[in-house]
Design a protein around this ligand. Sequence first.
Ligand SMILES: [Zn+2]
Length: 164
Amino acid sequence: MLPLAEEMNHVARHVRTCVECGNLDMQDKCSICLDGRRDHSRLCVVEDVSDLWAIERAGIFSGLYHVLGGTLSALDGRGPAELGIDRLVARAHALQTSQDSQPEVILATSATVDGQTTAHYIAERLEIAGLKITRLAHGVPVGGELNYLDDGTLAQAMKARTSL
Ligand SMILES: [Zn+2]
């Protein structure tokens, strides 16, 4: 137990927020931001660090992240300043252009009313020439059966259908 307790103590004392993306790490800039092998032309916007980790765990994205720390919420008094939207806009301007891809910002906020309101607001703020803005698809979960889905999810899935 003692080594574990000491390790947790060490982490608790030294963990800090990345000055670039808002991820948690033991250094000022996190290992994702410092990794030159990652795709520096893509930025994935997430609400929380746990969302970043979920995407990393899935191994489906090799670009950079931007952690908002929540969603816009008038009720909770969280506005654009609290979410660091200006910093996000500056980072979007600074995305690298590579030969085979144009810079892209992926809005991976939750499929909640607040999450989608935040995504729409950010999309409006990111009207930058040559910047592609995408968001995660909403619809049928893998392994999900249609007759168990709610109407809203089914409607989104129908709207976001793709060609085979
Ligand atoms: Zn970082």
